[in-house]
Unconditional design. Sequence first.
Length: 395
Amino acid sequence: MIADELVEEILIQAWMDGNIKNSFKERWYFYRAAQLTSRQWRRISHAVMLQYAMLDSLVDLQAYDHLIRLHVDSVRAKERQDGTGTIHRPTSDSTVQDIVPTKRGKEDWELFNTAIIRIPSSHSVSWCLNEFSDSRWKLLLPSCRRIVLFQSQQCRLSDVSVFATARSIRVVTFAIGSLDLEDVTSPAGQSILFPGVKTVHVYRCPTADTKRISARSNEVKALISFFPDIRHLTLNSPISFVSLAPLLPNIESLTLEIPPLYIQNLRATSVMGWNLSAALQASPVATARSEGEDGSVAQTLFRPKKIIVETEEELPNGWDQLAKRSHRVPRGKTSSGKIFKNPCVTNWELLDTLSAVIPQELETLMEHSRQETKELRKILEELEEEGMESEPELW
């Protein structure tokens, strides 16, 4: 028999395969085949289906509504069969027993342990999660810890608002082509907040229009505004952090995925489009979310403790300027009339991980720089000594 861990890994990879696009029912054909393979595969595939919820079409919603109902009914029937949650207390008549509950049974949503809910709406069929308010798939929300919204066409506010009630969510990933900004700036959109989310990934969908740079910046800022306490942020498209910094008062780590740009026979990468050097200046920025105890607007420095740049083997353009700026950032100071959200920055790191080759090249470059500095210092000292020895002869 194959180990449960290996079977689970195989089923997870196949279940979450993003290449299943030939038919809306193809994923469920695979699920049925796994159910008929063996008892081991039936048990594990059922758990994988509930733990990694895939909502790609109306077929998925219908299937989950049916399977979740069967799961709840099966658990309840087993509880009744095993007598879980009840005790039998004999009365004066030995032939009669009163069934007395020992404690309240679990709610239906407590029967699930959902890790991810993914909405890979990559097809042309348009549907909205909010239209299925009575569907049983919402029983997966209270235990869900991560949601992934992959929508190549347009991300709708109604799809995001469905998850606002799930307080257990800690990680949110967006892979979208565009966002309806009028929908986000509406009163309903401004009331959506995810205070418990600490990690956010925002990826530009490969099918998105690359010419919409200004609109893309506004869309990213609109998405970030949903999460008032972001600690870890990942982006893969340029956006000015000068305008984004006020929305990130508690940022700890920042990851930038910078793919190479191909222009005819040239290939280059650059960090200059992010305006990080300007954002790392010492001047504080006002945060629109928090106020001081005296009612004054809180101000903070944009000081992520770690900046991770994921790129190819060659260092991107603008790297030296960013490195220079990061090493010269002063610590925050508290003065009268100003409130700093982060009064002190410790363990500042510009670079944590790059590709496998870059840390070695960077370390070699730094070693060469140290050697050149020592040689230059030695030459200056020799010149100074020669100048002092030749000084009497000049007079």
